[in-house]
Design a binder for this molecule. Structure first.
Ligand SMILES: Nc1ncnc2c1ncn2[C@@H]1O[C@H](COP(=O)(O)OP(=O)(O)OP(=O)(O)O)[C@@H](O)[C@H]1O
Length: 381
């Protein structure tokens, strides 16, 4: 655990970058420092590896004050990733990644072996090993930056706006890659960003800082979205926080209407026996169980299954029951021509449908279960 205890930083010109900041950063998880430009995120991160010295307070890692440790040993226990990767331009990719192992005295062959293993881990084609950084895209260079930081297997990873310089699609890929690597390696990661969506996507815990280096709120992402501490945090979170918060609620408990799913070759009798009478539409599925489209329930009852998909309303996007979030399910329902979302299993077979009303009720129940009933901070202003 990294314990930041009443830490302050005043620069020689009098600027107070960080002011009495206290945070407990849990092991083997991703803690994000987020906040507007100039709020002291980078200063805080760099105080953890002593690239910047504290003016007040202390930082304790696993019970030991960082000032008691030799600075080289401290930095060796921490990988460091920065925006634009900061690679050595005159060194090949394999040599860039092997920088720290070589400094630690590893043989060339062993460092190279480790570099190749890490290239694979961060999703880089080993054929790129002999290239130079300028021969890689920005996203690939960032992957090299992550691999280099992991080379000596440090328990802690400090990441300062690591994905800010790449376009949104590449950025999303890098975020997913980071989460995948983290699930395998379980590092203690401190991640700086000014992008709240990135914070919500990658963070297990999020510290929102405000200008002057003060802590505004420290909470897991779902709690931040459902209960911002004050109006400033709410503004920083931006629009749609209620909808965004649904990403953290699963669909395991969402009640599905199973009887609304009707086989394409069903007889009127089979439909009457199976499909609840109150539904205006029924979902027609093929012999393989995959959805074909929505049919008017009255017509289908009278004529039996369609025999083919002609004349059916499109079934729209589907969600994986129990796997996707309530946000995905709600999105399916909102976009569906019938207002009902189609739930499928792992093989894409329809297992039931859910209305917007059912999903809204599930959202209320999920909030009640977690004790995170949405707070209207506007009312408290
Ligand atoms: N060496 C320095 N001397 C004086 N002031 C500094 C120095 N470095 C940073 N600052 C100031 O300290 C404050 C915090 O800077 P810091 O870089 O930590 O913010 P940040 O939240 O990381 O910002 P950004 O998101 O823009 O990178 C800012 O007001 C900045 O101008």
């Amino acid at each position: 655990m990294i314990s930041i205890e009443a830490v302050s930083k005043r620069y020689p010109d009098g600027t107070v970058a960080v002011d009495g900041l206290s945070l407990e950063i849990p092991d083997r998880s991703i803690t994000v420092l987020v906040g507007p430009s100039g709020c002291g995120k980078t200063t805080t991160l760099r105080m953890i590896n002593r690239m910047i010295e504290l003016s007040g307070g202390r930082i304790v890692i696993d019970g030991e004050d960082i000032r008691q440790k030799p600075v080289n040993a401290l930095r060796r226990s921490m990988g460091y990733v920065i925006q634009n990767a900061g690679l050595f331009q005159h060194r090949t990719i394999v040599d860039n990644i092997g920088t720290v192992p070589r400094m630690l005295g590893w043989s060339k062959a062993k460092a190279r072996e480790r570099s190749m293993e890490l290239m694979e881990r961060v999703g880089l084609d080993p054929a790129m090993a002999k290239r130079y950084p300028y021969q890689l895209s920005g996203g690939q260079q960032q992957r090299v930056g992550v691999a280099r930081a992991l080379a000596a297997d440090p328990p802690v990873l400090l990441m300062d706006e690591p994905f800010s310089a790449v376009d949104p699609v590449v950025r999303r890929g890098l975020q997913e890659e980071l989460l995948r690597i983290q699930a395998e390696l379980g590092k203690t990661i401190v991640f700086v960003t000014h992008d709240i969506d990135e914070a919500i996507r990658v963070g297990d815990m999020i510290a929102v800082l405000r200008t002057g280096g003060k802590l505004a709120q420290y909470a897991p992402p779902d709690e931040l979205l459902s209960a911002p501490a004050d109006a400033a945090v709410e503004d920083f979170l931006g629009a749609d926080r209620g909808i965004r918060g649904l990403s953290f609620f699963g669909t395991e408990a969402l009640p599905l209407e199973h009887g609304a799913v009707v086989a394409v070759d069903a007889t009127p009798q089979q439909i009457a026996a199976r499909a609840p009478g109150h539904l205006p539409y029924l979902l027609v599925v093929g012999v393989d169980g995959r959805p074909l489209g929505w049919a008017d329930a009255g017509t289908l009852r009278a004529t039996g299954g369609r025999g083919d998909a002609a004349g059916l309303l499109p079934h729209g996007q589907t969600f994986r029951a129990g796997k996707d979030s309530l946000r995905v399910a709600l999105d399916c329902a909102v976009l569906s021509p019938t207002g009902w979302a189609v739930a499928v299993d792992g093989e894409g077979r329809a297992v039931g449908v859910a209305s917007q009303e059912t999903i809204a009720a599930a959202v209320r129940e999920a909030h009640a279960r977690r004790g995170t009933a949405p707070v209207d901070v506007g009312a408290a202003r």
